[in-house]
Design a protein around this ligand. Sequence first.
Ligand SMILES: Cc1cc2nc3c(=O)[nH]c(=O)nc-3n(C[C@H](O)[C@H](O)[C@H](O)COP(=O)(O)O)c2cc1C
Length: 254
Amino acid sequence: MILNPTIETLMNHRSIRKYTDEIPSNEMIETVVKAGQQAAFAGQLGSLILSREKKSHPFGAPIYFIVCVDIHRMQKVMEKRNWKMISSDAAMLLFGVQDACYMAQNLVIAAESLGLGTCYLGFVPFMADKLIEKYKLPPKVLPLVGITIGYPAEVPPVRPRYPLDFSCFEGKYPEFSDEQIERAMKQMDEGYLAQDYYNGGKLMIKLENDREETFNGLTYSWTEHISRKWGQWLNDPEELREVLNKYGFEFLKK
Ligand SMILES: Cc1cc2nc3c(=O)[nH]c(=O)nc-3n(C[C@H](O)[C@H](O)[C@H](O)COP(=O)(O)O)c2cc1C
């Protein structure tokens, strides 16, 4: 693999969940925001809310960004041009999520290249009532993901990923063989177990159905963990529709 400082930063990525009290300088914050802004965009449909209110942040991080899908601001610009947005909320959400994600990841890479640690927080969209009130969000601004930033107070190992042939498919999508799937799962599970990521089973997600528990601290790892999330949570699309409605995104036919 070719290495240069940029690729080294990327390959050294690990989420940081413990921070020192040192506060990143304003120049650093401005730098990572500008790097975030400089990501490719469909329509600059991402914006950031910056919080320095350490005590309210996940992991007590000194800096917390909420990356938003921002269709409101686009509408304001279009109004000045005497245009009305007729693209559907679903379409705008799709492009907005893309713009917000590229912005977020640029910001994270820039922060990590400056020696800062970061962690994404994915539960943010589900805190609609609190966030709309706290940040005075107008309709069509959707907090997509949170990012904590600060100086790392831990050095966790680099986490495993799927093998390359389970991630990148040349020419056409493959029909996976059992062997290929099992090899990929083994790489993930053995990798996480070797790092004791689930803390000897202490971070196990509980079974919410009548399945019998067959895992323990020595066997519970990433593929079971992630399966328990997507096999038990967020089953009701109506719930998600309600969340999106709170942010002013409508999915009913006109
Ligand atoms: C969209 C998204 C949401 C995430 N949400 C959380 C979260 O709520 N809590 C958390 O501790 N980590 C969260 N993470 C971090 C992941 O757990 C982490 O990226 C993954 O375990 C791989 O580890 P690494 O980032 O150290 O390589 C999230 C990451 C992403 C991209």
